[in-house]
Design a protein around this ligand. Structure first.
Ligand SMILES: [Fe+2]
Length: 298
């Protein structure tokens, strides 16, 4: 059974609510095994209801990870060689260990780029059609931090103070992958990488294509402009919205165990990783579920 508020739905899976705002642990799934359409339907309902699902004990290969992801849609292939796996291109490596298993120093450009996940964001919002969600597998989890925080952007939108709400309704913000380079000393983009991801404008309030609910849609590491605002005012607005979205009442923080897999909805959540000791290995493998339509304005 899964219960949130006064609604209860029947499911074959064992479901444990992790936080009042979002997040549920789901047991009874083996990601290496085929999934029937009926079981997938129940999982999808749970995902839409809880936004972030935690599946413990998924000891699987990257190939199995990719196969399971295809239940939800085609996996994205990341446009930068330094992050995607050389062996399985659908795998995005959130890691301070290189493809050959060597720990990289904190100043390495790849580690610098991965460390930007410590700032609030939603994945691939810089694409014309951003992703739907992502599945992250804890291959080697850190013990000194490296927890993943998620915030429920439906609730954030519903609770926005009028002063902020007025500034986002009917407005667009720009999402620019190149903005990462203003935040850290990263490996410069190649011409092809730059051409692959030109900046895009997305509505700041979006409507979820499945649930129909409205949510705030920002991705602070990529947002470099807001429609009709000076650079200073735009920066201030994104900072104010981010601070509000990070209030603990909206946030579930996940402490990883090896072989946890987390599934989240990038259309109605943001996430940020807590810092960890850079000398400790942290290897997380992500697949990203390709979106199938442009963002729907709310
Ligand atoms: Fe992310």
């Amino acid at each position: 059974m899964s219960q949130r508020g006064d609604e209860t739905i029947a499911t074959r899976f064992a479901v444990n609510i992790l936080h009042p705002a979002l997040g549920a642990e789901v047991r009874g799934v083996d990601m290496r095994a085929p999934l029937t359409a009926a079981a997938f339907g129940e999982l999808h309902d749970l995902w839409m209801r809880h936004l972030v699902l935690v599946f413990p004990g998924q000891h699987m290969t990257d190939g199995e990870h990719v196969t399971f992801t295809r239940h939800f849609g085609e996996p994205e292939i990341f446009h930068q060689q330094i992050i995607r796996s050389q062996r399985v291109p659908e795998i995005f490596r959130v890691s301070n260990v290189d493809d050959d298993g060597n720990l990289m120093p904190p100043e390495h450009p790849t580690v610098q780029q991965v460390s930007l996940a410590q700032l609030w964001h939603t994945d691939s919002s810089y694409r014309t059609i951003p992703c739907t969600g992502a599945l992250l597998h804890g291959v080697e989890v850190s013990r000194t931090g490296g927890e993943t925080q998620f915030t429920n952007m439906y609730l954030v939108y519903e609770a926005l103070p009028d002063s902020l709400r007025r500034q986002v309704e009917g407005r667009k913000a720009r999402h620019n992958f190149g903005n990462l380079h203003t935040l850290r000393d990263l490996k410069p983009l190649t011409e092809a990488e730059r051409a692959a991801m030109p900046p895009v404008w997305q509505p700041m309030v979006r409507r979820h294509p499945v649930t129909g609910r409205k949510s705030l849609y920002i991705s602070p590491i990529y947002n470099d402009e807001v429609e009709g605002m000076s650079p200073g005012a735009a920066k201030q607005l994104i900072e104010d919205l981010t601070g509000f979205a990070a209030e603990t009442r909206f946030v579930y923080c996940h402490r990883w165990e090896t072989d946890d897999v987390l599934l989240w909805d990038n259309r109605c959540t943001m996430h940020a990783v807590t810092p960890h000791d850079p000398r400790e290995r942290r290897v997380m493998h992500r697949t990203t579920i390709m979106g199938d339509a442009p963002v729907l304005a709310g």
